[in-house]
Write a protein that binds this ligand. Structure first.
Ligand code: FE2
Ligand code: FE2
Length: 475
């Protein structure tokens, strides 16, 4: 069951060869995917041999194999976690019924929307990260960028498989549209806001993979609970890959902090201008990047109160994070949850039906998880004897979606007026000068074992290889 057939044009563990119509349809989509990759995928990478991991099994013990692969020849495929024939729906109105192997007619439109929305984020991030390879701070980092890019491409395959297999003609049209929307495009943008933002430099990339790939973790975890079993199985396997993406973000920011702290100690200064002059990124800039990426990412969870969220849960389409580990009735009728609302320009807590607040529940779970990593970043500063600490901004800071979009809030949770917002914005969010400064540090360092001056080397290499291993062969 768990071995993957690599003799097929499309590697898979779903017996694709037994469904000729589906196989032909997906083989028809495959060249369009490759065109998309060539057009907007990692710039200039086509002939690079990259030390990539490729899934060889969905067994949690030893699922991946590492080796140098030409980027263009990466074997994107369709991998689902093993199924359990007796699996039951474990939340919502259908709780206790057998999990669905096909899409029930009444949930078709909603499931399609959920799958398309998730699917759209995957190619979007590849587009956003397209130019970063040109300014990699090391060969090790370049390899990690490419690993994430190929896996986001595979996540697109995962969603396209579901669309082709379960949604007929509509599904095939949606699969084409996933290759047509483009991140940041005026006329045909990606669906969600954060996926139309630029990822202009490597600090933005590390913040993105820390926060926005973590949004991916929480969305995929909620979908891994779905009553629609193929969706649950495919998202479970995607989560296996996602862990590395968040690692790249967390360790990337840690290494930036560690370099900054070393420069501050050398110069015995906390003056941003002196830190910058020495070629490191000052802590103020790092905090402003954090504020930006955190706030646009928490918007991805959607409106704080949402009747769609209630419908998705009650119909069994999307659960909560770790639904199976919670000890309530898994139906949530009559339960309440506290959300924030704006009354007379001030924030107030309000109890609302929990079913309507499930976006907020997932956002709060995300926030807890995010804060834990920020505390680990602060350990780097603490160890270096630097008194400054990074913090996540208030939940209402810089929000564009939901009730909190109607208020201006400082990062530390004070309601501010337009005048103060305009005056302080440059302290709270990255400025054009910040972007220009970070951009000025972005050279290209790709000799094995060499690192740009604004980032410390990692503690260890990939797959127990040394840090100075030739992760990318430029051919
Ligand atoms: Fe992904
Ligand atoms: Fe990811």
């Amino acid at each position: 069951m768990s071995t993957i057939d690599y003799s097929q044009k499309i590697p898979n563990n779903v017996n694709l060869g037994e469904d000729r119509t589906l196989q032909r349809a997906l083989e028809g989509w495959q060249p369009n995917f490759i065109h998309w990759w060539d057009d907007v995928g990692p710039e200039g990478s086509t002939n690079f041999d990259v030390y990539l991991r490729t899934a060889v099994s969905v067994d949690p013990q030893g699922w991946a194999q590492f080796g140098h692969v030409k980027m263009r020849d990466y074997r994107w495929g369709i991998f689902l976690n093993p199924g359990d024939a007796n699996r039951q729906v474990h939340f919502g109105d259908h709780k206790g019924e057998k999990a669905w192997q096909d899409v029930p007619g009444e949930h078709r439109a909603n499931l399609r929307r959920i799958i398309v929305t998730q699917g759209d984020t995957e190619p979007a991030s590849v587009e956003q990260q397209r130019h970063l390879g040109l300014t990699a701070p090391s060969m090790y980092d370049l390899r990690n960028l490419f690993q994430i890019n190929v896996e986001e491409g595979r996540h697109l395959w995962a969603m396209v498989y579901l669309l082709h297999k379960h949604f007929g003609r509509d599904g095939r049209e949606e699969a084409e549209a996933l290759l047509q929307r483009t991140s940041g495009d005026q006329d045909n943008p990606r669906i969600l806001g954060a996926f139309n933002e630029k990822t202009p430099d490597w600090l933005a990339f590390f913040m993105f993979t820390y926060f926005t790939d973590r949004d991916g973790k929480f969305q995929l975890s909620a979908l891994a609970e779905s009553a629609f079993d193929p969706l649950a199985r495919t998202t479970k396997f995607m989560l296996t890959e996602e862990a590395h993406h968040m690692f790249v973000g967390e360790s990337g920011v840690s290494r930036v902090l560690s370099r900054t702290a070393a420069v501050m100690n050398e110069l015995k200064t906390d003056d941003a201008a002196r830190v910058r002059a020495a070629g490191a990124i000052d802590l103020g800039t790092i905090q402003r990047y954090l504020n930006f990426h955190y706030s646009v990412t928490i918007d991805l969870f959607g409106a704080d109160q949402s009747s769609n969220a209630a419908i998705f849960y009650s119909s069994g389409l999307k659960g909560r994070y770790e639904e199976g580990k919670r000890d309530d009735d898994h139906q949530l009728k009559g339960q309440t949850y506290k959300v924030l609302e704006v009354v007379n320009g001030q924030l107030q807590e309000k109890e609302v039906p929990m079913l309507n607040a499930l976006n907020e529940v997932l956002r709060d779970d995300f926030i807890k998880d995010s804060v834990a990593g920020v505390n680990r970043w602060n350990k780097v500063l603490e160890k270096a004897g630097i008194p400054t600490r990074l913090t996540v901004p208030h939940k209402a800071f810089n929000r564009q979606i939901g009730a909190l979009a109607g208020i201006k809030m400082s990062p530390d949770g004070r309601v501010v007026n337009e005048v103060e917002w305009s005056a302080k914005k440059a302290d709270w969010l990255p400025t054009p000068e910040d972007f220009a400064f970070v951009a000025s540090l972005m050279g290209r360092v790709v000799d094995p074992g060499k690192f740009a001056g604004w980032i410390a080397p990692p503690v260890m290499g990939i797959n127990r290889q040394p840090v100075d291993f030739d992760y990318v062969r430029f051919g």
